[in-house]
Write a protein that binds this ligand. Sequence first.
Ligand code: GDP
Ligand code: MG
Ligand code: K
Length: 295
Amino acid sequence: MTTPHRCGFVAVVGRPNVGKSTLTNALIGTKISIVSRKAQTTRHRIHGVLTRENEQFVFVDTPGFQTRHGGAMNRMMNRVVTQALADVDVVVHVVEAGKWSAGDAQLLPLLPKDGNTILVVNKIDALKNKNDMFSYVSKIMAQFPYSAVVPVSALRGVQLEELLNEIAARLPEGEPMFEADTLTDRPVRFIAAELIREKIFRLVGDELPYGCTVMIEQWEEDDTGVRVAACVLVEREGYRPILLGAGGAHMKRIASEARQDMIKLLDKPVHLEVYIKVRKGWSDRESALRELGYE
Ligand code: GDP
Ligand code: MG
Ligand code: K
């Protein structure tokens, strides 16, 4: 008998700083795994795809949990999140070893109780007393019916295989949705935009409830290198400072990391400018961030 192929959507959720980005990237492996779609399959926003012999894991972006708004806005966001999580096949709820907080508990009412929610206790490398693990996990398990618990260290790559196996066991049977070989048939501009989007997602994805769109506005390539101007479209003015970070530090980091990946991808010098625009108007162009301090 042959093993059936499994393929499905996986959401990695948790309060800020528990290590979701580190974990997702460690699981997916190479940074540039932005993929070519076999069929028009989904309304999900794809973060990255991991293809193994018998499984394909499609990691999706979920809208942010932590909003700075209260009341009605929060309730609306909760509905959006609950729906998004109900639409995926497996939810991985990441918490930090020994550090359970109100932010973690806040997510519990939003998690699906369908037997496909896995508790991941990350940063076990930083845990001083390993014996505390049992009471920590017991306390959490008393609050939500997780179907599995996997302690990991995303940073050190500990127990990631075990986690993938737990996820795999919960994926539905199905053919791969994406080509395993990713880069070749994808326009390089598209990949560049996705690289920027990936950096944004990793750094501030939690705080951008509706995500963002990245558009390549200029692409000039010659023997000496590539000049790229990219525009990040956000839904509202309030997201601009989130993206910028203090003194523009977030945008600098996003652009610099994206540029490094582009250099690897294109094997040429890259000059990258990233602007932020609020989608509803084009008038605040001048306040956009320019020339991000590298060259
Ligand atoms: P996110 O906000 O949930 O996406 O968290 P990040 O992935 O950005 O990680 C937040 C911080 O925790 C970063 O400084 C990471 O380097 C650190 N971190 C992530 N995973 C681990 C881990 O397994 N062990 C330790 N010691 N630190 C980790
Ligand atoms: Mg993150
Ligand atoms: K589901």
